[in-house]
Design a protein around this ligand. Structure first.
Ligand code: AMP
Length: 328
C-alpha cells in the first residue's frame, strides 16, 4: 500500500482554504493509503510564535484535523516535534541541497516580504524540513495546495540526489492535487491565508462569517442590484463552486446575470451552505476541546507510531551516509 504524508502549520486558525485545499483530500486519502498527517510545529518556529501561543495552536489545529474527518483509527496523526527524527534527517538533506535551488523558491520571497523584521535562515531552509517530513515516511503520495508544488519538486530532486549519491533509498514523492488547489481570500486578490487576514475561519460562527461576506467584493462592474452581474468574475460565486449544489448554482447564475438576484441574497445563500459544512465541524471540535485527555491520547499514540516508522528509515539512512547510530 502506498504511503501518504502531509502537514499543516499551527500558525493561526484553520480556514476554508486549508479545509478545501488539504483536509478534504486527507479524509479521502486515509481510506486508500497508509496515511501520516502531522501538525508541523517545527515549521511554525520560522514565525517565532510565543511558546504558549504555539502550544495552543498545535492543539487547535490537531482538533480541527480530527473534526474535519481524519480518523485516528485509519491515519497516524501526530505533532512533528514529538518525532525528533524530522530534525535529524533535515540536517542530512540540508547537506544535499544546493543553495541555488533554494534561491529559486518563490515562497521564501513571499514569506520574507510578509515578515521583513524576521528573515531567518529557517524561512530559507523551510522546504528542506518539508522534504525530510515526506521522505522520513518514504511517502509516495503528497497532497498539497498549489502554493507547495515548487517545494515538492525540490523534494523530488533531493530524493534523486540522495539515491544517486548513497544508493536507491527513497521513492520519489508524487503530488496529489486537490479539487481546490488555490482558494482565494475574501479580498479576492490573493490566496486565502492565515497571515493575510482574508480568511473564512473553519471554526467561525455563522454570524461572523456572514459579517465578513457582507463586506466582501463581488463583480466590480455590478454597482447596483439592478445591474446585471457576471458570476464568472465574482469571488463569492467561486466559493459557491465548493459549497453549493449544481441546481442552486444554476439558479444563482441566471439570477445574477438577469439582475433578479442581488449580491446580499447570493451571500446569504453561501453563508447557509457554508454553515451546513462548518457547523458540524465546529461542534465536533468543541466536543474535543472539552475532552483534552482524548486529544492527548490520540496524539501520543500517533507520535509512537510515527517514531517507529521514522526510526526504521533513519537506521537505513544513517548506515548509508556513514553516521553512527545513537545509543540508548
Ligand atoms: P499551511 O497552513 O501553510 O501549513 O498549509 C496547510 C495546507 O493547506 C497545505 O497543503 C496548503 O497547500 C493548503 N492551503 C493553504 N492555503 C490554501 C489555499 N488558500 N487554497 C488551497 N490550499 C491551501
Amino acid at each position: 500500500m502506498f504511503r501518504t504524508m502531509s502537514g499543516i502549520q499551527p500558525t493561526g486558525n484553520l480556514h476554508i482554504g486549508n479545509y478545501l485545499g488539504a483536509l478534504v483530500n486527507w479524509v479521502e486519502l486515509q481510506k486508500q493509503y497508509e496515511a501520516f498527517f502531522c501538525v508541523v510545529d517545527l515549521h511554525a518556529l520560522t514565525q517565532r510564535p510565543a511558546p504558549e501561543t504555539l502550544r495552543a495552536a498545535v492543539r487547535e489545529v490537531a482538533l480541527g484535523i480530527l473534526a474535519s474527518g481524519v480518523d485516528p483509527e485509519q491515519a497516524t496523526l501526530f505533532v512533528q516535534s514529538e518525532v525528533p527524527q524530522h530534525a535529524e534527517l533535515t540536517w542530512i538533506m540540508t547537506c544535499l541541497t544546493p543553495l541555488g535551488d533554494l534561491n529559486r523558491m518563490t515562497q521564501f520571497k513571499d514569506k520574507s516580504s510578509a515578515q521583513p523584521e524576521n528573515i531567518n535562515a529557517g524561512l530559507f531552509t523551510y522546504p528542506i524540513l518539508q522534504t525530510a517530513d515526506i521522505v522520513l515516511y518514504r511517502a509516495e503520495r503528497v497532497p498539497v495546495g498549489e502554493d507547495q508544488e515548487q517545494h515538492l519538486e525540490l523534494a523530488r530532486e533531493t530524493v534523486r540526489r540522495f539515491n544517486h549519491v548513497y544508493g536507491e533509498t527513497f521513492p520519489e514523492p508524487q503530488v496529489v492535487r486537490s479539487k481546490a488547489p488555490r482558494v482565494m481570500g475574501l479580498d479576492g486578490e490573493s490566496k486565502m491565508s492565515k497571515s493575510r487576514n482574508n480568511e473564512i475561519g473553519l471554526f467561525e460562527p455563522a454570524d461572523v462569517t456572514m459579517q465578513k461576506l457582507r463586506g466582501a467584493k463581488t463583480d466590480p462592474a455590478r454597482l447596483r442590484k439592478t445591474d446585471p452581474g457576471n458570476p464568472q468574475v465574482c469571488n463569492i460565486f467561486s466559493y459557491h463552486g465548493f459549497f453549493t449544489s449544481e441546481a442552486q448554482r444554476a439558479e444563482i447564475d441566471a439570477g445574477c446575470r438577469s439582475a433578479q438576484l442581488g449580491c446580499v441574497d447570493c451571500k446569504k445563500m453561501l453563508a447557509a451552505n457554508l454553515e451546513a459544512v462548518k457547523g458540524p465541524i465546529r461542534e465536533r471540535a468543541e466536543d474535543l476541546r472539552q475532552h483534552p485527555a482524548r486529544l492527548d491520547e490520540i496524539l501520543a499514540a500517533g507520535a509512537a507510531k510515527a517514531r517507529a516508522a521514522a526510526e526504521e528509515t533513519m537506521v537505513m539512512v544513517r548506515e548509508r551516509v556513514g553516521l553512527r547510530a545513537p545509543r540508548s
